[in-house]
Design a protein around this ligand. Sequence first.
Ligand SMILES: *[C@@H]1O[C@H](CO)[C@@H](O)[C@H](O)[C@H]1NC(C)=O
Ligand SMILES: *[C@@H]1O[C@H](CO)[C@@H](O)[C@H](O)[C@H]1NC(C)=O
Length: 187
Amino acid sequence: MASQLKFVLPLSILAICFLYSCNADSCSSYTFSDNRVYSSCTDLPHLGAALHYNQSSSTKSIDIAFRAPQSNTGWVAWGLNPKGSSMVGSQVLVAFFHSNGTLVAYPTQLDSYSPSMAPGDLTFPVSLVSAEYVKKEMIIYATLGLPDSKTKFNHVWQAGSTVTGDVPGVHPTSGENVLSKGTVDFQ
Ligand SMILES: *[C@@H]1O[C@H](CO)[C@@H](O)[C@H](O)[C@H]1NC(C)=O
Ligand SMILES: *[C@@H]1O[C@H](CO)[C@@H](O)[C@H](O)[C@H]1NC(C)=O
């Protein structure tokens, strides 16, 4: 019995670590540049992405950082969908290397399945949008004014491998790229 227990305990710790990803890649151990600190984070279940955030309930605005692995020729995006649960209607931030060599990030609305991806306003306030390329990850920083004073939202995230004429190209339409959506509660 005792020897069985010895065996079971390490295994269950392993199982818990697997479920809650207490490995070195977990978002809570991530260190940002510029001494940026966020009070909460979530390792997203697809595309190796993570979302970090700092809620500030008094002003109904939130600071976020979205990270996802990407080569320097691809793009990443993350956003909220206040009116639906998948791509169409999403209010997103996208990042990629512009042909001039700068990693650009800007807001854009996904109004159809082939959105223009042109920079524009969102249906809620967004400010301080910037991006960084660190250890083969694109990181998007922004401050969002949360719509309808809610804290719980449907969110989507995405990654694509091509950018043509400074416009992000179509992402794969199978596998993880169609599963990368869920809900987030900023509270
Ligand atoms: C998040 O909140 C902490 C604690 O209030 C603060 O120190 C930190 O600067 C905030 N981070 C950002 C990115 O605003
Ligand atoms: C590259 O283009 C972007 C988008 O127009 C602009 O914001 C950025 O300042 C440019 N960078 C350089 C080095 O010209």
